[in-house]
Design a protein around this ligand. Structure first.
Ligand code: FES
Length: 177
């Protein structure tokens, strides 16, 4: 065998060994021995979910039909309103599922809404969009296009608490800032 042939054989053997080691290493990774732990889909969703504060809003016993309570949620720059309606409401809690709460910022251009008890509507004084608190803040009429963000409520030891927001509060990229 010539010197050139011997050099060529050594080079080929070297390549074969490197390929073997590379493939063997990938097989080890594929078996999961060297991969970092991955979160299960539900764990990942929980990790990405915004962490809303728990805020006491009012004692349930104080909420007669027609009662409203102003509060801020999820922070002091976000005016919100709790209202006990005469009848059941989508997402309502308490007696007859009649207690609901919403962001008070109109989804059109952010004007603070007023609750008109005679019409059971949240109405914008700027361009007169009207939102129905019994139907998860659905737009009834007006220039807005989105429903009102609804505050998620719960009752703990007789206290109505705010614990989350469904929908994006006007002017925000995320509800928790
Ligand atoms: S800001 Fe409310 S309708 Fe325009």
């Amino acid at each position: 065998m010539s010197e050139d042939q011997k050099r060529s054989d050594r080079h080929r053997d070297g390549l074969a060994r490197r390929d073997f080691l590379r493939i063997g290493g990938m097989a080890g990774l594929a078996a999961g021995t060297a991969l970092p732990k991955r979160l299960a889909p539900t764990e990942a969703a929980a990790a990405e979910a915004p962490r809303y504060p728990v805020v006491d809003v009012a004692p349930l016993t104080k909420l007669e039909p027609g009662t409203t309570v102003d509060f801020s949620y999820p922070d002091s720059d976000s005016p919100s309103l709790l209202v006990r309606l005469d009848g059941p409401a989508d997402g309502g809690i308490g007696p007859n599922e009649s207690v609901v709460a919403f962001s008070l910022l109109c989804t059109h251009k952010g004007c603070p809404l007023n609750f008109k008890s005679e019409r059971n509507m949240l109405i914008c004084p700027c361009h007169w969009s009207s939102f129905d608190p019994a139907k998860a803040g659905r737009l009834v009429i007006g220039q807005a296009s989105d429903p009102l963000p609804q505050i998620t409520l719960r009752i703990t030891d007789g206290i109505v608490q705010a614990v989350g927001v469904s929908g994006l509060i006007y002017g925000r990229h995320t509800n928790i800032i």
